[in-house]
Design a protein around this ligand. Sequence first.
Ligand code: PMT
Length: 404
Amino acid sequence: MNVALGVGGGIAAYKAAELARALMRHGFTVSTVMTKSACEFVTPLTFAALTGRKVITDLFGNRSADEILSSSVEHIEVAQQNEILLVAPATADLLAKFAHGLADDFLSTLYLAFRGQVILAPAMNTNMWEHPATAANVATLKARGHRFIGPDAGDLACGTVGAGRLVEPELIADAVAACAGRKMDLDGETFVITAGPTQEPIDPVRYITNRSSGKMGYAIAEAAVARGARVILVSGPVQIAAPLGVEVVRVRTAAEMRDAVMANLEAATIVVKSAAVADYHIANVPDKKIKKTAARVTLDLDPTVDILAEVGAKKGDRLLIGFAAETNDMVAEARRKMQVKKADMIVGNFVNAAGTGFGSDLNEVTLVMSTGETVPVERATKKDIAHKILDHALRLRLALHSAR
Ligand code: PMT
């Protein structure tokens, strides 16, 4: 697949060289387009040497008028030859030009001529990133369906600390690879996804939890964002990094997870509840550590709030997908949960099978749908299963809407 790599004139431009290499390691052909100011930070020769391809630096180059008139209109050619336009670093100036349709150099002209997938990796000083003008330009570009990767927060080249740092090149390349060739069939959708375990305190030191790693939910979040969706990920405590481009809300207890889900429900078009939510908790947690004695300790547990059931009761036009973690009678249990909790689909999986379920990179699921359909999905990576869940979710929603 061909990627046009637009390089803006920010100090992070030097990282674009590493990004070009990372993209090529993913098998992409990289055509580099640099703004004039980018050439002040890193030379076109660097990219030409890395990519083995001519680097375009401005609209007219140093060609004679005849050459310009005789050559085909190059930015149209580049626009037609590449499936993805990735701009990194995307400076405040470039975001403004793209948002307002200015075309005073090759890259901004290419942007207007480009009809493929646009991915923007911003990098700038925190104040510039947080300025209302930049925020308005970002909102305009997101509304056009362009995908943003970052920026990260951290130490900036200008010596300050805050949001505005270019995401690491390797991670940008991974994110581009994740959505390359993907149909952007979730463009315009907003997901609220829960993932990971909850932790229910016993006392200030101890808590009850389970073995969920969050991998299944995070895989669904990554797949959805790669297909153009906005994703709000409500996550219990996990050890894995959130996928790029996902809005993460971190919670600990079932009660906190419930509050975060309900706070974001209004925006959601699809809700996926893959979190392993504790079914019981201690209603009145002591404020002192339970001291160890020879005597037995009995925990007095109360049921936690059933978030899936609560969302099901106010589902409206949203698509609601739950999970069922079972050790036996999985399909029957999944069907029961689907009916009782008013879900449109339940993803059933055994959690006592070797090599799948909690913590594994693999899973094997059965999709039980409110249309009566039951679809077994054979053992695969959670990433692949995530895409299959999304494929069937879209198909299910079409079936439900046409049945009305
Ligand atoms: O995180 P991983 O390590 O990748 O493991 C993935 C997984 C095994 C956790 C995942 O595939 C899975 O099965 N998640 C659901 C776990 C669970 O709590 O299942 P359940 O059958 O106990 O709950 C049924 C449904 O109700 C789930 O959608 C759950 O999110 C929801 N629930 C449960 C309890 C509660 N108080 N509120 C809820 O919303």
